[in-house]
Design a protein around this ligand. Structure first.
Ligand code: PLP
Length: 390
């Protein structure tokens, strides 16, 4: 089928890349050991700190987010170490699997995938650990498979109340530059990020923001590492360089994306995501469907997972919407396959793009003959107008 106009990429990442960022990457590759690169390298390494809200170093890898997950582990831990993790969904499962592959002893707090990590569970586990055997608490901030956001500040407070010295490691792959996040203020030791969501870049870069405590742990951690080794990175980074060939053109894109975030202001970026998430939930409610996240305090501002009525296949709906309206929505992952579809409303996005997205869903529900009520889009528009600030 021939489609006209732009494809609607409304999966929760990779997200729509702004033309400004695309244009910025469209240039000849430069010598990554030359003086022009040093200026670029230094600028993006410094500029990223504001996005993570840290004064410490941020390491940039030419890899997908999974690489930065692995990097957080191999840089700070040793085989046999005990770590505390929380089952929030598919992505916490994957991070746990990486931990297990590296021989960590994972204490995995079970969850129903409809709630975030609970600080009370963290506090209890840490208080019980009188020998201080737990070396790291590892949490996915925004669980992209479910649309549930864990409250990291509360996890930090729980760790402090338990007076536990474990490192705090947080995956912000689908929250960075979309949902309020504060690496330094929340005492996070390693923050894992990726380029392809809130940062509005194509896939291909990932990040570790690193605290002093994590750097100290790095000195005694015995897991073998080369490609991911922070020390190998931080040395040449001081002069704006990388130890191996960096993803040069993505770094030009990153420079532009950082400029865009700075122009809008991070607080406004977060507010925009909150508004779009709220309007999306208004639509879902008006359709008579259910938001998968069970706890309003944990609603994600970067995506909404929508539960299908019993006996109706979310992937069938997605297929129909893709064919008819050229819009991609997120599939249900692992045990949520067929049960939920996910609407991504993060990154380079605005009110009319959201209105178009929700119109596509509403028309798709009609075409697919799925049980629902009309009026979701209208409810979203009312919500957007109510929260509009010129
Ligand atoms: N963590 C979260 C929360 C994610 O959403 C993703 C990917 O969507 C990952 C980790 C894995 O990142 P990647 O697919 O870039 O390796």
């Amino acid at each position: 089928m021939i489609h006209t106009g732009r494809h609607f990429l409304q999966i929760p990442g990779p997200t729509n890349v702004p033309d400004r960022v695309l244009r910025a990457t469209d240039r000849p590759v430069i010598d990554h050991r030359g003086p022009e690169f040093a200026v670029l390298g230094a600028e993006v390494l410094e500029g990223l700190k504001a996005v993570f809200k840290t004064n410490g170093p941020v390491v940039i890898y030419p890899s997908s987010g999974s690489g930065a997950w692995e990097a957080a582990i191999v840089n700070t831990l040793s085989a046999g170490d005990r770590v505390l993790m929380f089952e929030t969904g598919h992505f916490s499962n994957l991070w746990r699997d990486i931990a297990l592959r590296h021989g960590l002893n994972v204490d995995y707090v079970p969850g129903n995938w409809r709630r975030g990590a609970q600080s009370a569970d963290a506090e209890q586990k840490l208080k019980e650990d009188t020998q201080k055997a737990i070396k790291a608490v590892m949490v996915v901030h925004n669980e992209t498979s479910t649309g549930v956001t864990s409250r990291i500040a509360e996890v930090r407070q729980a760790m402090d109340r338990a007076r536990h010295p474990a490192l705090l490691m947080v995956d912000t792959i689908s929250s960075l530059a979309s949902i309020d996040y504060r690496h330094d203020e929340w005492g996070v030791d390693v923050t894992v990020g990726g380029s392809q969501k809130g940062l509005m870049l194509p896939p291909g870069l990932s990040f570790n923001a690193v605290s002093e405590k994590a750097l100290a742990a790095n000195k005694s951690a015995t897991m073998s590492r080369y490609y991911w080794d922070w020390q190998e990175m931080l040395k040449p980074n001081r002069a704006g360089f990388f130890p191996y060939t960096p993803a040069t053109n993505l770094l030009w894109g990153l420079r532009e994306a950082l400029a865009m975030l700075q122009e809008e202001g991070l607080a406004n970026v977060f507010r925009r995501h909150d508004r779009h998430a709220e309007a999306t939930r208004a639509a879902v409610k008006a359709w008579g469907l259910e938001v998968w996240c069970e706890e309003p305090k944990e609603y994600s501002s970067s995506l909404t997972a929508v539960l299908m009525p019993q006996g109706h296949d979310a992937d069938k709906l997605r297929e129909i919407i893709l064919a008819a309206f050229d819009m991609s929505l997120g599939t249900g992952l692992a045990k949520l396959a067929g049960k939920v579809f996910r609407i991504g409303h993060l990154g380079h996005f605005n009110d009319l793009m959201l209105a178009g997205t929700l119109s596509g869903v509403e028309m798709g529900l009609q075409l697919a003959g799925m049980p629902h009520k009309a009026g979701g889009v209208s409810a979203a528009l009312v919500s957007l107008a109510k929260n509009h600030r010129p």
